[in-house]
Write a new protein. Structure first.
Length: 132
């Protein structure tokens, strides 16, 4: 299953955003804290519990000039990859979106598609607010 979040504009350079996103502890600032608890991070990964008791773990999986890669850790309920696409529009202005690629069966897809898209759009908007 592939999901693509909304594109947002961020008032920061692409390199500054990549630096922020490749620090796992910074991801806590992008999460809806009323729906997430028990956030922990180290130098290469982070994990947190979402409503329903699921633990999501994210591992840094590198970056390129215009992308940041994250993948699921062993505690996640199913394997997935997140790619954060970043296109620099002009100096100190970057457009980006989150793309999710997960190994999800049809039943699980019906349950997680809407909440995941909502989460990714929330995170993208929080990133925009963080730099404004």
């Amino acid at each position: 299953m592939i999901l693509t979040g909304d594109k947002v504009s961020v008032e920061a350079s692409r390199s500054k955003i990549i630096e922020f996103l490749t620090t796992p502890s910074n991801l806590e600032h992008l999460l809806p804290m009323d729906k997430v608890k028990d956030f922990v991070s180290d130098e290469t990964s982070c994990s947190f519990k979402v409503q329903g008791g699921f633990i999501i773990s994210l591992i840094q999986d590198g970056s390129e000039e215009d992308k940041v890669f994250l993948r699921s850790g062993e505690k996640s309920p199913f394997p997935f990859k997140l790619t954060i696409h970043l296109v620099e529009q002009e100096e100190n202005k970057t457009e980006g979106h989150i793309e999710f690629d997960g190994e999800v069966n049809a039943f699980l897809k019906m349950m997680v598609e809407k909440p995941l898209l909502s989460l990714f759009n929330y995170m993208s908007n929080k990133l925009g607010k963080h730099f404004s």
